[in-house]
Design a protein around this ligand. Structure first.
Ligand SMILES: [Zn+2]
Length: 107
């Protein structure tokens, strides 16, 4: 199996390297920007970019910083998680949950 995976420099977002292994990210010195950077799996980056162009309705995408966005993208691409699994959105839901007075059957 010789399928190569592309990894993209998170500093310049332009340079990609390919490796034969499949991992979420790797750290190498970018020959383009000269910085020792985290290179993210390009499949993850594509998901990230798709959300940047068209934010998902399920989560408050704009509130996340880039790292968080990449983490979300990575989980979606590389695991079986769905947007519903992320807590980032659920803050209001838990806060609005009134404590339903449990009906004590005093019979
Ligand atoms: Zn770079």
């Amino acid at each position: 199996m010789s399928r190569k995976r592309a990894y993209r420099c998170l500093n310049c977002l332009e340079h990609t390297v390919s490796r034969e292994f499949d991992t979420s990210h790797l750290s190498v010195t970018c020959p383009n920007c000269g910085s020792f950077e985290r290179f993210v799996n390009d499949a993850v980056f594509q998901q990230f970019r798709a959300f940047e162009e068209s934010p998902p309705a399920e989560i408050d995408w704009a509130r996340l910083d880039r790292t968080e966005k990449l983490v979300v993208s990575e989980r979606l691409v590389r695991s079986t998680k769905t947007l519903a699994d992320f807590d980032v959105v659920k803050e209001e839901a838990t806060a609005g949950e009134a404590t339903a007075g449990e009906a004590t059957a005093g019979d």
